[in-house]
Design a protein around this ligand. Structure first.
Ligand code: UT7
Length: 324
């Protein structure tokens, strides 16, 4: 039994100003608002401005999370950025965010698990905090997927958007934390499925950035079964049941996946936080953005048991149960 708990102190999100609607996309590729809405639930997505980098989005979301937590930037000694769209091949986007926040102590690094990145980053931060190695972490999911989309491929370019979400996770003695904190984490990956969702470029292969490629319908099938299994594992590990979960904050890839998983798990859809319609799929940013939205509008309250989950390229997938 760990003597520390990793407690969520504050959450923040940021979406770039520019909005791209389904009708806008219908003027760019052979698609319609009807098709996108029926197949995905997405109505619009946000797109980073020229010159607006992943670290810029991450820094704004972080400042909002710090403000919500009532914590100064200087109080942070660990920064983890989950991203598949870093500013540069290196240094890590986390170090750029660290500098933008004026933080000069502690450690900062990136986690690369594509759409599952935020769940992996939470798991990583939780382990560091539980071992007492760091005190207060900024865990960030930030993406500019608009930069790696093939804007002539209608099967992918309609799905994704840009954004960032951040949480301040704090080490607390279990006696102080009470029931709050990260209760369980379940992580998985299986590289046999790497060709279902990938980017066809990279520094050591093509020396280019490349574009996102996806066999959507196969990823869809894996998503429903693998997320359901992972959620069951995380809930079981925490010693509770699906009915104990107050809010389900899933990766926002497709409304049909959210509904299918809810049905498979016997979960009341009223407990599912969905931002698919407004944000599209923002990869590693989607879970913290959805959590920030639900905290800001008062749905998720202190003491609530929140389940987060995601699946993405690799394939990677996972889930975590957090008492807010
Ligand atoms: O975040 C990482 C995880 N990612 C996901 O979870 C995404 C998972 N996959 C999905 O969300 C869905 O598979 C999609 C939304 C990508 C596609 O929906 P689908 O129901 O699986 O459609 P499909 O790929 O089987 O394609 C059906 C048809 C095809 O036409 P034919 O071959 O039946 O004539 C496509 O060419 O829809 C066509 N199509 C489109 N039509 C209009 C594909 N994209 C579009 C489009 N507009 N944008």
């Amino acid at each position: 039994m760990n003597e520390y708990a990793s407690v969520v102190r504050g959450v923040g999100g940021y979406l770039p100003e520019k909005v791209l609607t389904n009708d806008d996309l219908a003027r760019m590729v052979d698609t319609t608002d009807e098709w996108i809405t029926a197949r995905t639930g997405i109505k619009k997505r946000h797109i980073a401005a020229d010159g607006e980098a992943t670290s810029d989005l991450a820094a704004i979301a972080s400042k909002r999370a710090l403000k919500a937590a009532g914590v100064k930037a200087d109080d942070i000694d660990l920064i983890i950025v989950a991203t598949a769209t870093p500013d540069h091949t290196f240094p890590a986007t986390a170090t750029i965010v660290q500098n933008k926040l004026g933080i000069t102590r502690g450690a900062a690094f990136d986690v690369q698990a594509v759409c599952s990145g935020f769940v992996y980053a939470i798991a990583t931060a939780d382990n560091f905090l539980a071992r007492g190695q760091f005190e207060r972490a900024l865990v960030i999911g930030a993406e500019t997927f608009s930069r790696i989309l093939d804007w002539s491929d209608r099967s992918t370019c309609v799905l994704f958007g840009d954004g960032a979400g951040a949480i301040v996770l704090e080490r607390q003695d279990k006696k102080v934390a009470g029931e709050r904190g990260v209760k369980s984490v379940h992580l998985r990956s299986d590289g046999r499925y790497k060709d279902l969702l990938y980017v066809d470029g990279g520094p050591s292969t093509t020396q280019t950035v490349g574009h996102l490629r996806m066999v959507g319908n196969q990823v869809f099938k894996h998503a429903v079964s693998k997320i359901s299994e992972s959620v069951k594992a995380a809930v079981e590990q925490a010693g509770c049941t699906i009915d104990d979960v107050d809010w389900f904050v899933p990766h926002q890839a497709n409304q049909r996946i959210l509904s299918a998983v809810a049905e498979k798990l016997g979960l009341d859809e009223a407990k599912v936080v969905s931002t698919v319609a407004e944000h599209g799929n923002t990869s590693a940013a989607s879970v913290p953005l959805a959590l920030a939205a639900a905290v800001d509008d008062g749905r998720v309250k202190p003491g609530d048991l929140v389940l987060i989950e995601a699946i993405g390229g690799g394939l990677t997938w996972g889930s975590a149960l957090i008492r807010i």
